[in-house]
Design a protein around this ligand. Structure first.
Ligand SMILES: [Ca+2]
Length: 273
């Protein structure tokens, strides 16, 4: 099976400020008394605040923009894990799974400028499955987007990738996966059943299975599968509930932000290869 690399540092750095115990409310106005008391979006390399960035909780229909100090407030209460999106022209689309614990403290998000060879496949949120799921499914309470069916597919062009670089498919955030591994890791509360993992296909070839929920999952795309200056196709199929024999029950998942990132081989440490 292909290896999935979990490397949160590669795309964006999430900072939790330490002196935040007094900050509780996540709705309402931005706190003004000193630094570190408010949610903020900054440039991950310069540390400078980013204004007019779009911050949203798509499953809650909440959307706002950062102010001229990069600050924003979340106007919706977050209990169960929910995908938060930060988008700004010229930057890689960023998403983060937040919950009541995360949002009880100020969130400072560092986003990274896009590289010339990055390809943004999709910045929207999708619910893959059949809208039939247990209340105990990982994050089921946050499913607000209607299912598009048991698979997602998208065509996109790849012009060229430098010979010295490898291409990685990045899945910004995914919630709702009810595999045995997700159950064993405590991500899913479904105790009586589990599902096969979602499968990722690139130009018709399966390149990975997703066993866990999380942010910034990266999958190396085999170079021999890439078609240059042509249309390429990404397909993500949800897994079936392995304990439902009377009918087909697809595992309901939500995912957001799909893009291809290139990394120079010489910059990747040997344990990540
Ligand atoms: Ca289902």
């Amino acid at each position: 099976m292909n290896k999935i690399i979990f490397n949160l540092m590669a795309i964006a750095i999430l900072f939790f400020t330490a002196s935040a115990a007094s900050f509780c409310a996540i709705s309402g106005n931005v706190e003004k008394n000193g630094t570190g008391d408010y949610n903020q979006v900054i440039d991950s390399s310069s540390g400078k605040p980013i204004d007019e960035a779009d911050v949203s909780l798509p499953s809650k229909g909440y959307r706002t923009k950062t102010d001229n100090q990069g600050r924003f407030s979340l106007g919706a209460k977050v209990d169960a894990p929910t995908i938060m999106s930060v988008q700004k022209d010229g930057y890689k689309p960023f998403s983060l799974t937040v919950d009541g614990n995360t949002t009880s403290k100020p969130i400072v998000v560092g986003i990274e400028k896009t590289n010339p060879h990055d390809i943004i496949i999709d910045k929207d949120m999708y619910h893959i499955g059949d809208d039939n799921y247990s209340a105990n499914s990982a994050n089921a309470s946050e499913f607000r987007v209607k299912a598009i069916g048991p698979f997602y597919t998208k065509n996109f062009e790849i012009k060229n990738i430098p010979p010295s670089a490898d291409a990685y498919l990045v899945i910004g955030s995914v919630i709702g996966i009810d595999t045995k591994m997700a159950r064993d890791m405590g991500q899913s509360k479904v105790t009586t059943t589990y599902a096969a993992p979602p499968q990722i296909f690139f130009n018709g070839n399966m390149i990975a299975e997703l066993n866990l929920n999380g942010d910034n999952q990266q999958i190396k795309i085999p170079k021999n599968l890439i078609k240059y200056n042509e249309t390429n196709q990404l397909t993500i199929k949800s897994g079936k509930n392995l304990f439902q024999m009377a009918y087909i029950d697809y595992d309901d998942i939500e995912l957001m932000n799909l893009f291809i990132e290139t990394k120079d081989k010489s910059l990747i440490s040997s344990d990540e290869r």
